[in-house]
Design a binder for this molecule. Structure first.
Ligand code: 6PG
Length: 253
């Protein structure tokens, strides 16, 4: 099936948040109208924080169907939820503590656990249960997965030359990141590429080089894991600001 890919360049990070908020609401309302539920996996890092804060404010707060929403994370750092680097912690502060989403519909990745293999398997089972699927089935299709892009071309916690890049059956996997000397839990491409919509949020001049080679450079997915994100039947949307887009169209050295 033809994969749809859109690139939308907006002024700045505030404009990314506004445009993304509109799209999240539209996707959520359509999903609930279609199947009575909205499933979304949040991105970590700093870029999405503004979006999450917006979704907790009017008019978006009222427009989002929180009672029918199931929130997951596409990746998490190996830290407890109250740690300043926790993706869950960031979302809790900017969003979860301010909206009426039922607590049992907030599915935190427990990446602080000692046994990350077990934690990954349990998270996969939790995803399966939400979708009334079996963990042994092929991955379910999230209505929306939010992703960011690192300056090294990583996305979620799929970092260059790491083992999880080659995981094709597990939906969620532990991943050791040598450059960070840190463990992570991450969605793998098997579940990422089944999403109905993948929305990348990319802001800032420090992402310009990575964005250019990911989008316009030759295929090099081990070095540029974001190139692995190719929805099988879904829509791929890159929502970027002018600074991040400033190298697009330049000759690649
Ligand atoms: C994480 C993210 C990661 C992030 C990029 C961009 O846990 O760090 O999931 O993939 O999206 O590193 O991060 P910024 O938005 O902070 O630039």
């Amino acid at each position: 099936m033809e994969r749809v890919s859109d690139l939308l360049v907006v002024a700045d990070q505030a404009a990314i948040a506004q445009e993304a908020a509109k799209r999240v609401v539209a996707i959520a309302q359509e999903a609930v109208a279609r199947c009575g539920r909205f499933t979304v996996a949040l991105a970590g890092g700093s870029t999405p924080k503004r979006l999450y804060s917006l979704l907790a404010d009017e008019p978006y707060r009222t427009r989002l169907p929180w009672r029918e929403t199931h929130l997951f994370w596409g990746d998490e750092r190996a830290v407890p939820p109250e740690h300043p680097e926790s993706n869950f912690g960031m979302a809790k502060e900017s969003l979860l503590s301010r909206v009426p989403i039922p607590a049992n519909q907030v599915h935190r990745m427990q990446a602080e656990r000692a046994d990350l293999d077990e934690a990954a398997g349990e998270y996969q089972a939790e995803i399966a249960k939400t979708f009334a699927a079996q963990p042994s089935d092929k991955p379910p299709a999230f209505d929306l997965i939010l992703l960011g892009l690192g300056p090294d071309g990583h996305t979620a916690s799929l970092f260059p030359y790491t083992r999880a890049l080659r995981e094709i059956s597990r939906w969620v996997a532990p991943n050791y990141i040598p450059t960070l000397k840190a463990n992570r839990l991450t969605f793998t491409t098997s579940i990422l590429n089944r999403a109905t919509t993948i929305l990348f949020l990319v802001s800032g001049i420090e992402k310009a080089a990575a964005l250019q080679v990911v989008l316009e450079g030759p295929p090099a997915p081990e070095r540029l894991p974001a190139q692995l994100i190719r929805p099988i039947a879904g829509r791929l949307v890159w929502l970027v600001d002018q600074a991040a887009a400033s190298r697009l169209g330049d000759r690649i050295p």
